[in-house]
Design a protein around this ligand. Structure first.
Ligand code: SF4
Ligand code: SF4
Length: 170
């Protein structure tokens, strides 16, 4: 699976906790459209291998390829948060951004035929709703520091052959 070197926060999923229930997709859809329709979700569940499932939302890449490739300058990235904004009056649904995203984290809304992407529920007072409602607490809005700490803990647990949860910061 592709990895991100984002210097911004993004929603991360622990595949060891995710059970693929898709509740995150339905909650995302409801939050953004008022409908429970997973096709309108900005977070996607994907199978990592035969056993593991995870959920993917925008990884707020630095120099985001979707922004660079858009021929209509419909995408902009907030320099502080890294959140990608889509200007619906410029987007024509060409899907170049989808081709450019290594994570499959941007999609075309089947009704509007316009691009859509996770904005970390920036307008919700209690933050990303998928994180809030995931029944397995598999989702976290992580900062780069938290991700680095988690990687170190994983390395230590693998090196010492101890259960990862003992050293795994949420
Ligand atoms: S709601 Fe949580 S457990 Fe269910 S698919 Fe989404 S991330 Fe996985
Ligand atoms: S679908 Fe819209 S946002 Fe994506 S590349 Fe095309 S014009 Fe830009």
């Amino acid at each position: 699976m592709a990895t991100s070197t984002s210097k911004y926060a993004y929603i991360d999923c622990d595949p060891n906790l995710c059970v693929g229930c898709q509740l995150c997709e339905y909650i995302c859809s409801f939050t953004k459209t008022g409908e429970y329709n997973s096709y309108h979700s900005r977070i996607r569940t994907v199978r990592v291998d035969e056993v593991l499932i995870t959920a993917i939302a925008c990884r707020t890449c630095e120099n985001a390829p979707c922004v660079i490739v858009c021929p209509r300058d419909a995408l902009t990235q907030d320099p502080v948060t890294g959140i990608i904004d889509i200007n619906a009056t410029k987007c024509d649904g060409c899907a170049w951004c989808i081709e450019a995203c290594d994570f499959g984290a941007i999609s075309i809304n089947p009704q509007t035929a316009l691009a859509e992407i996770c904005d970390q529920c920036k307008d919700e007072p209690d933050g990303p709703q998928c994180v809030k409602w995931c029944p397995k607490e598999a989702l976290t809005l992580t900062t780069p520091d938290q991700r680095a700490q988690k990687s170190r803990a994983k390395l230590i647990s693998e090196t010492l052959n101890i259960p990862q949860k003992a050293t795994d910061p949420k």
